[in-house]
Design a protein around this ligand. Structure first.
Ligand SMILES: [Zn+2]
Length: 322
């Protein structure tokens, strides 16, 4: 699942590619992907709008539109963007031929030239291009057709992702219950102290609660706790001022570093809308169980906290203060 740093650099990619473009029409292949308002209104209201900006709020990617509207996209488990150059065709035959398969897979996207060119060219394109492209364009739920001929696909195999349309006046309503941005000036040690003072569950759960800090997920919660030397099962309201101070610093450091690595991988990444960067090679504890801790050499352990797999160093992050 993408977390704040992954969403942040997706937003930067959107900013450098589709801001300034105009939406011709939006094709909705799975209506429940549109979370607000209904799919018909969404299509009617977005047609002809200019994309004026790209922003992030928590784990939402936002596209600002002309007319004081914005689109909020939450990718959840498997949602992804994919941008096609002009000339691609959409094949929706499956809708009539096999409705069950259609509801799972959605349309097929055919590269430019393949449909009309000679058989030889088509075959070579299939051999060279199909294995890569077919996996990327499958499971398209919503397709933004731009006036310049490009198509911005939202693919989502598991269909948990949601796309919403709101007016700028409704922004508070759209994000009600969403906590502070951890890289904003408002996210201070005092704020974190106040929020944690009332939380009895574990600090890991408190970090995952989106109503305190927006955008932190499993990866960065584990990394921030390692940074601060705090055991993930500590009660949130039991942290000392010094620990809260380190945790605050850890949150900012791991998120900032994550964004930098995402940005780095984006620079030499040929496919703009593929996998989420090389962050994994910079992890200290996340999915490092069985590996030696970089600080002390003790093996990193994995436990379950509130159904979430949680990684920590039992020596650097002790549960009891001794
Ligand atoms: Zn350690």
């Amino acid at each position: 699942m993408p977390e704040m740093p992954e969403v942040e650099y997706t937003v930067r990619q959107l900013r450098s590619s589709v801001v300034g473009a105009t939406i011709d029409e939006v094709m909705v292949f799975w209506e429940r992907t549109i979370g607000h308002p209904d799919a018909a209104t969404f299509r009617a209201e977005t047609a002809g709008r200019h994309i004026t900006g790209a922003r992030r709020r928590g784990k939402f990617s936002l596209l600002d539109l002309s007319g004081d509207l914005f689109i909020a996209i939450h990718r959840r488990m498997t949602g992804n963007f994919f941008l096609l150059t002009p000339g691609w065709h959409i094949d929706t035959q499956l809708r009539e031929e096999d409705p069950a398969a259609w509801s799972t897979k959605g349309p097929s996207f055919i590269p430019p030239h393949q449909s009309d060119e000679t058989i030889l060219q088509a075959v070579s394109l299939q051999v060279l291009v199909e294995p890569v492209l077919a996996t990327k364009t499958a499971y398209c739920r919503v397709c933004f057709n731009l006036v310049d001929g490009r198509r911005l696909l939202f693919t989502d195999p598991r269909k948990f992702g949601r796309i919403e349309l709101w007016s700028r006046q409704q922004e508070a309503e759209a994000f009600k219950g969403l906590g502070l941005e951890p890289l904003s000036e408002n996210f201070t040690v005092a704020f974190l102290t106040e929020m944690l003072a009332t939380r009895k569950p574990s600090i890991k759960q408190a970090l995952l609660a989106q109503d305190i800090i927006a955008g932190i997920g499993n990866i960065y919660a584990d990394e921030a706790l390692f940074y601060a030397g705090i055991h993930p099962l500590r009660r949130a309201d039991s942290l000392t001022p010094a620990e809260i101070h380190s945790l605050h610093e850890g949150i900012v450091v791991v998120l900032t570093t994550g964004i930098e690595h995402g940005g780095t991988s984006f620079n030499d990444y040929r496919d703009m809308w593929g996998e989420a960067g090389d962050n994994y090679s910079h992890m200290h504890v996340y999915q490092q169980h069985g590996q030696p801790c970089g600080r002390c050499g003790t093996h990193i352990e994995r436990i379950l906290v509130a159904q979430r797999s949680t990684h920590f160093c039992p020596a650097c992050q002790r549960l009891t203060g001794e």
